[in-house]
Structures are given as structure tokens and as C-alpha cells.
Design a protein around this ligand. Structure first.
Ligand SMILES: [Zn+2]
Length: 487
């Protein structure tokens, strides 16, 4: 019985796989981050048992079974591949497999016939054959319903995964999957913070930007109606508008980048300049963020912003967007697995260009330098104007205050202000003449009010120390000559 172990066959031989499944759920492997729970209407799902921050790798697991990429969905040989792949599984590994949801219609009559022929060749007859066909058809249906493409475009075949295959669908998934070709493991990373008790969701379909009814059509294979916020409820209308626009922008970029021929039948308004392209890419980023599609689609949108930023000659802006692309990409798929055209490689390339003085960076840097210079000067001017205004106000208030004083006091105040000003003039002259600060202080220390005014008048405009000294010598001071005062 190559490919089928007797004990696993015994497990398969149950009339009601569903009942069996429900019993097994109790023993299903539970990680510290999430657990399996029964949901209303979607069967089982994965639920966070604690708050999980964005960018956490919550699953890294090898496939339970795989089949090669060369075997298509309707190839009769596929059934044999599935049966043989299931053979080596232990009971513990089979439990999560048989517990998966399946659509029996995913196994067509050719596959059923192939299963029957295979079992007959393994000496099955009568009731045993009937039962075995039923069980193996179910096994094939589980695979066809829940298998996941591995590697880029499914080049590495398809597989069933213990945890990943358990996750339910949402049109705004909170987890991104990525097959690590180095370790042969499927990885799941959270693309946003997940609350405790929140369901962990992936997407089953590529058509996330199509209208809700088209998405529902694509999901029929799994026999359920999606009830996520993008499909139902008060937010669905806005979601439809945003996703329609996202698809439109993608179509434009596909045409700009020569990736698709869809524009032959769907006219699009093409951007006329690099600036328009970057605006479009920026709109894409905004829409995806609003829509909560913040995994790899957002990383790719940032990448486009960066690409067209460079094309528009805005090297530094391009660099900034490239950094955002790296951040989102590494949050979505981790840092171990490098995509062929990964965001980090693009960032390195830009950094090299910036370092080597590429004109797009040089010109922009110069433009930004001039701009910041202009802003700085404007700010300085404004600050000076402000200071002047404050000073004028202060002076005017002071004047009003003095004017309001009685005659005697006012005269005193006027004198006090004049002396203050006089001292400032003397100090300025002394400093201009090159007199040491300590000498200036000593000179000013002994001055009376009237004297200060007279000195100030005499010393105004003096710039040489000799002149200053001469002036001091000539000036009688409190009955002495200033000469002897030690300068
Ligand atoms: Zn939905």
C-alpha cells in the first residue's frame, strides 16, 4: 500500500468526517499568540490570544503535504499525488489536515475516477473500496480547497499548512503570507497591530480591488460569503469607491510600465509628466492606507512613488519613499526572505546614486539648500521686525509712564534715563577704543549723573584708546582728575 498507511486509512474510514473533525479540534496545536475558535458562519478561525504588534512573524511552518507545480488542478494524476503525499503523515499531522474545510465539488469526475482506479490497483474491493473512495475524495477535496501556491507564481508547487490553511479570508487581511524559499517554510507576518481576541485573516483571492460582488464570486470556491467591512456594513460603500480608484491607478501604471494589455479595452487617462505620475502614486499610497491594505500592496505603492520621484528629478523625495517601501516590505514579509527585486536593493541603488553626486540629487539638494536659506533669512527678518516692535512699544509705555508722574519725580526719571543712556555711550566708546572691560567698569563706577552726561557727549564717536584717555584726563571728576584713576 505505497503512499497510504494502515492507521491513517483507518482514520479516513469514518462515515462522518465532520463529526470526527469537531472532536479533533480540542487537541489542535495552539501557539502562544493565537488559538483556534469556532466562528459564526465561517467555521473555525485563528484568533489572537494577546495583542500582537505590527510586523510580528506569527507563523513559520513547513507544509504538511505538497504537490509539484506541474500537476494542475484538474489533472487526474493530482489525486494520486495527494494520496501519496498523505501517506507518510503521522496521526498528529493528519488531524489538522482532516479538520480543514472543503468543497467536495473541487474534485471533478476525472479525479474521482483516478482515485477509484488507484485504489482498485491497491486491491480494494466491495464496501472497503466504496469507503476508501469516499475518504480519499474528501482528502483530495481538502487539498483542492485549501492548498496554497508556494514561491513566486506557485513555481514551487502547492501545499497545505497546519496554521496558515486554517486562517479565514478577509478583503482587508491583517496578515501577509510569504513563502521562504530558503527554509521551505510559509511565514505569516502581521501588517498592523492586532488586538487581543481579534481574528487573524489572510486573503484567498488576488482580486481585492474588484467590486464586492466580483470578490464574492471569486470566493465561491470556498463556499462562503465574505462579510468583512469592505463587503458589508456602513463602510462598504466608501470602500468600493476607493478600491475602484486603486484598480484604476494600477491600470494606468500597468500601461505606463508596459505590463498589461488591459488598456486596449479599458481607456485610462494617462499621466502627462513625471510629476503627474508621482502624484498618482501618492494618491495610491493614500487610498491603500485609508483602505487598510497596508501590506505588500502599500510597499509596492511606495516603491512607485520612489521610482517616479526619481524620474521627476526629485532624488531626495525618491530616497524617502524608498525607505518607506523597505519599512513596509520588511514588516510584511520579514527580512530573511529577499524578493528578486526587493525594496532594500532599490534603496541601496538610490543611496549609491545620491553618494556619487547624481545630478537628480545634486540639483535637488541645491534647491533645498537655497530654499532653507530663503526661509531662514525670512525668519530672521521677521524676528528683527518683531523685536523692533516690542522695543518701540516698551519705549512708548515708558514715556507715557514718565509723563504721568508729578513734575519733580518726572525730572528725576528723565535724568535717570538720560544717565543710563549716557553710561551706555561711554561704555560703547571705551570698548571701541580697545580699553579692557575691567577698566571700563572702573571708569564708570565713580560717575555721577551730570558727569555721565558730559562724558557721554565728549566721548561719543571716540575710537582710539589714546583719545579716550585724553578725554578722561581733561574731565574733572568728583574734584579729582581722572588721570590718577589707574588706567
Ligand atoms: Zn470581504
Amino acid at each position: 500500500m505505497d503512499g497510504i498507511r494502515t492507521d491513517s486509512l483507518h482514520l479516513f474510514k469514518t462515515d462522518s468526517l465532520t463529526e470526527d473533525t469537531e472532536l479533533k479540534v480540542e487537541t489542535f496545536d495552539i501557539t502562544p499568540l493565537f488559538e483556534l475558535r469556532l466562528t459564526a458562519g465561517k467555521g473555525f478561525g485563528l484568533f489572537a490570544t494577546q495583542a500582537i504588534p505590527r510586523g510580528t512573524c506569527i507563523v513559520e511552518e513547513p507544509a504538511l503535504i505538497t504537490i509539484p507545480a506541474s500537476v494542475s488542478q484538474n489533472d487526474p494524476e493530482r489525486a494520486i499525488h495527494i494520496i501519496q503525499a498523505l501517506g507518510p503523515l503521522s496521526r498528529d499531522q493528519l488531524d489538522p489536515y482532516t479538520g480543514l474545510h472543503y468543497n467536495i465539488r473541487s474534485v471533478n469526475s476525472f479525479l474521482r475516477a483516478a482515485i477509484r482506479t488507484y485504489l482498485i490497483s491497491k486491491q480494494y474491493t466491495g464496501d472497503a473500496l466504496k469507503a476508501a473512495v469516499k475518504v480519499h475524495t474528501t482528502m483530495a477535496a481538502i487539498f483542492n480547497t485549501d492548498c496554497v501556491a508556494m514561491g513566486e507564481d506557485g513555481k514551487l508547487g502547492s501545499g497545505i499548512f497546519q496554521h496558515f490553511s486554517r486562517a479565514n479570508h478577509s478583503c482587508t487581511p491583517n496578515v501577509e503570507n510569504c513563502f521562504n524559499t530558503i527554509t521551505g517554510c510559509e511565514m505569516l507576518h502581521t501588517v498592523r497591530d492586532i488586538d487581543e481576541g481579534e481574528e487573524i485573516t489572510v486573503t484567498y483571492i488576488d482580486q481585492l480591488y474588484r467590486p464586492a460582488d466580483e470578490r464574492q464570486h471569486a470566493l465561491r470556491r470556498w463556499e462562503f460569503e465574505c462579510e468583512c467591512e469592505a463587503c458589508e456594513g456602513p463602510k462598504a460603500m466608501a470602500s468600493v469607491r476607493r478600491r475602484r480608484r486603486v484598480e484604476e491607478i494600477h491600470r494606468v501604471f500597468d500601461r505606463v510600465e508596459g505590463k498589461s494589455s488591459s488598456w486596449f479595452w479599458q481607456p485610462v487617462r494617462m499621466p502627462r509628466s513625471a510629476t503627474e505620475k508621482i502624484q498618482l502614486a501618492e494618491e495610491l499610497v493614500m487610498l491603500l492606507r485609508e483602505e487598510g491594505l497596508v501590506g505588500m500592496p502599500l510597499a509596492q505603492a511606495y516603491r512607485r512613488c520612489s521610482k517616479y520621484g526619481l524620474e521627476a528629478g526629485q532624488g531626495l523625495k525618491s530616497l524617502e519613499y524608498a525607505r518607506s517601501a523597505v519599512e513596509v516590505e520588511q514588516t510584511s514579509i520579514g527580512t530573511v526572505m529577499k524578493l528578486p527585486e526587493n525594496a532594500e536593493a532599490w534603496l541601496r541603488l538610490l543611496e549609491e546614486m545620491a553618494g556619487s553626486g547624481d545630478r537628480r540629487f545634486r540639483a535637488e539638494r541645491e534647491r533645498m539648500r537655497l530654499e532653507s536659506e530663503r526661509v531662514r533669512k525670512m525668519e530672521e527678518k521677521e524676528a528683527a521686525r518683531q523685536a523692533e516692535r516690542i522695543e518701540l512699544e516698551r519705549k512708548s509705555e515708558e514715556k507715557q509712564r514718565i509723563e504721568a508722574l508729578p513734575e519733580g519725580k518726572r525730572r528725576k526719571e528723565v535724568m535717570k534715563t538720560a544717565v543710563k543712556k549716557g553710561r551706555r555711550v561711554v561704555r560703547a566708546s571705551a570698548e571701541r577704543s580697545g580699553l579692557a572691560a575691567v577698566d571700563v567698569d572702573r571708569c564708570l563706577a565713580g560717575l555721577g549723573g551730570e558727569e555721565t552726561l558730559a562724558w557721554a557727549e565728549k566721548l561719543q564717536g571716540v575710537t582710539a584708546v589714546s583719545e579716550f584717555r585724553k578725554a578722561l584726563d581733561e574731565q574733572p571728576r568728583n574734584g579729582h582728575r581722572a588721570n590718577g584713576s589707574g588706567f
